[in-house]
Design a binder for this molecule. Sequence first.
Ligand SMILES: [Zn+2]
Length: 200
Amino acid sequence: MTHRAADDHYQVLGVAPDAGADEVRAAWRFAIEAFHPDRYTSPEQAERAHLMAARVNAAWEVLGDPARRRRYDLSRPSADEPAAHLEVPCPQCLGRCGVPDGGGRPVLVRCPSCRGAFRAYVGATLVGRPHLVWRGLRARHVLVLLDASGAMHEVVSRKLPGELGMVEGETVTVVCTPRRGHARYLIVHGRSTDIGWRVG
Ligand SMILES: [Zn+2]
């Protein structure tokens, strides 16, 4: 991901440049919630969340105002370059959904087939190895993901196939269930191929 793309308002909100006003607003509200410093326990994480929230609000100030958004679109250097896209299955209907490369940040995806919304972490870096936690009598795997801005995210997964053999530093994409936000599909990006599993 280039420095320019990382500073792009659309990338910050995780929406496509042709996203409608409602979609932009929904993405902003989602991101503000996701980066609320109170959600993070360590001071470092809270500080990073605070910085991300500032970028999210800066993006919203421009994209949330029709006149400012038009001016920004005209001045945007990458407007005529195709964005890097990946397709993931919708957790509800299995329809194919194009997702923006969020640099591992949580992006809100709207399925073009069933119109359902779900969250995905695209191109995140796995931190450490997945660890087990107990929820009542059930064991769950917790994956810690690092995004391009240095913020960490935890995702709960019901299963973790042994074939995955996930190691520190692996690049992964996680598609979350619409309701609970747990992992539904896990895609490991290899050097030449991507391998995906259903994990929840
Ligand atoms: Zn769908």
